[in-house]
Design a protein around this ligand. Structure first.
Ligand SMILES: Cc1ncc(COP(=O)(O)O)c(C=O)c1O
Length: 450
């Protein structure tokens, strides 16, 4: 716990000017800041001492709840015995042990692990592995990457190129060449107020056939999708959609990459979305829940065959000219091992699964409140979509976000969609509280019913 003197010093900070905040309306925020001081379990405490129920697991990452003692202890102990060691032509035991441990959790023959420091780095790493894989196999013409509209794959040049959010692309020039996009699967005319996986829309995967015809399969390296798109508002794949993508990729020798930065580590009530949907990608990216958000870390999981394609040719040679100073950082490894222990000993993925029906029933009770045009859910994620104010997209949800924060609830909004993704330790009473606050805020606004 932080002392009240420490909390005070944050709140009395004389300027907020120096920190250029990410993905933030800086001037708006600094005029009316929201600062968090401490966290424990399901709650933050704001600098003014108010308790805030965390309905977003921080930023989709604190799956085991905040400030877990065993994670803090593991990080502290590691910092005292080996603060840093390189992993270029050198090593230390921790990333080897962690990789072994992760492989045991993974489906199919996803059994090789490359470490990065964030989701963005994991994505760019996976895209590079895909390109280099085809080159290693003598198919160097396979350079095209296919993403999806409304996909979010972080903020590296690779990630924003395959990503499908115009706001994240338009400021940064021409991006990677040779990228195309599948259509997104979100269609409220067909699927509004679906509980779980929608039945309509599997055919949207067939657009990949169109792109294959247009570009020729011999030029396409990989397709990357989030199994459930998180950042653009919890877009749940239609039944059979991911299976269809898998089979089209198989037909044409295209690698399938699942970006599981959000869905990995229990969010859907299974270890990975690949388990939930029964579809095994060739490469998988993770971050966030890998360390419970306590130390930055990302990773790419590769199928044996993808990895082995690199382990040919004359020796010695560096098979993949890629890596980060902090790949397999000791503190991140310590945090990840302690996090995986908690997931296993507390059965948190199973806990998420077992509370998901209660969660679904609770969020759908909000149907009928002013402005709500859709409610959707899967695992321990839900979205509440609002009709935007004319000419002010995003404002309605942003106002609700501020009102919820003032009422002691942290939600996440994207456009006019409220996304909820609490830590997996959430109890029924906390779900009730979350829904009560949302209901009160939505009712108190006096918005016309759309
Ligand atoms: C699916 C997905 N991929 C990649 C990222 C980027 O991760 P990071 O912010 O750690 O770079 C995110 C972040 O939210 C994400 O949701």
């Amino acid at each position: 716990m932080q002392s009240s003197a420490q909390v005070q010093s944050v709140s009395q900070s004389d300027t907020l000017a120096s920190f250029w905040m990410p993905f933030t309306a800086n001037r708006q925020f600094k005029a009316q800041p929201r600062l968090l001081a401490t966290a424990k379990g399901m709650h933050y405490t704001a600098v003014d001492g108010r308790s805030i129920l965390d309905a977003t697991a921080g930023l989709w990452c604190v799956n085991a709840g905040h400030c877990r003692e065993s994670i803090a202890t593991a990080i502290a102990q590691q910092a005292q015995v080996l603060d840093y060691a390189p992993t270029f032509q050198m090593g230390h035991p921790a990333p080897f042990e962690l990789a072994d441990r992760l492989v045991q959790m993974l489906p199919g023959d996803l059994n090789r692990v490359f470490f990065a420091n964030s989701g963005s780095e994991a994505v760019d790493t996976a895209l590079k592995i895909a390109l280099a894989y085809h080159q290693a196999r003598g198919e160097a013409a396979r350079t095209r990457l296919i993403g999806r509209e409304r996909g979010y794959h972080g903020v590296g040049f690779g990630g924003i190129s395959v990503g499908g959010i115009s706001g994240n692309r338009k400021q940064f020039g021409s991006l990677l060449p040779g990228v195309d996009h599948l259509p997104h699967t979100h269609d409220l005319a067909q699927n509004a107020f679906t509980r779980g996986v929608p039945t309509w829309g599997a055919h949207l995967a067939d657009d990949l056939e169109r792109l294959v015809k247009l570009h020729d399969p011999s030029t396409i390296a990989a397709v990357i999708v989030e199994p459930v798109a998180g950042s653009t508002g919890v877009l749940i794949p239609p039944q059979g959609y991911l299976q269809r993508l898998r089979s089209i990729c198989d037909r044409y020798g295209i690698l399938l990459i699942f970006d599981e930065v959000i869905t990995g580590f229990g969010r859907l009530g299974t270890a990975f979305a690949a388990d939930y949907f029964g579809v095994i990608p060739d490469l998988m990216t993770v971050a966030k829940g890998l360390t419970n958000g306590a130390v930055p870390m990302g990773a790419v999981f590769a199928r044996q065959g993808v990895h082995d394609a690199f382990m040919q040719g004359p020796e010695p040679s560096i098979e993949l000219c890629h890596g980060y100073t902090y790949s397999g950082h000791p503190l991140a490894c310590a945090a990840a091992m302690a996090t995986l222990d908690i997931y296993a000993t507390e059965g948190l993925f199973e806990q998420a699964q077992s509370i998901s029906q209660y969660w679904e029933d609770a969020v759908h009770t909000l149907q009928g409140l002013p402005g709500i045009i859709d409610i959707r859910n899967i695992g321990l994620v839900a979205a509440i979509e609002l009709a935007p104010w004319p000419d002010q997209p995003g404002k309605r949800a942003y106002d609700i976000f501020v009102q919820c924060f003032e009422a002691g609830l942290l939600i996440r909004v994207t456009g006019d969609i409220i996304a909820l993704s609490p830590p997996l330790i959430i109890q029924r009473g906390q779900i009730d509280r979350m829904i009560d606050v949302l209901r009160q805020v939505l009712q108190s606004r006096g918005d016309a019913v759309d």
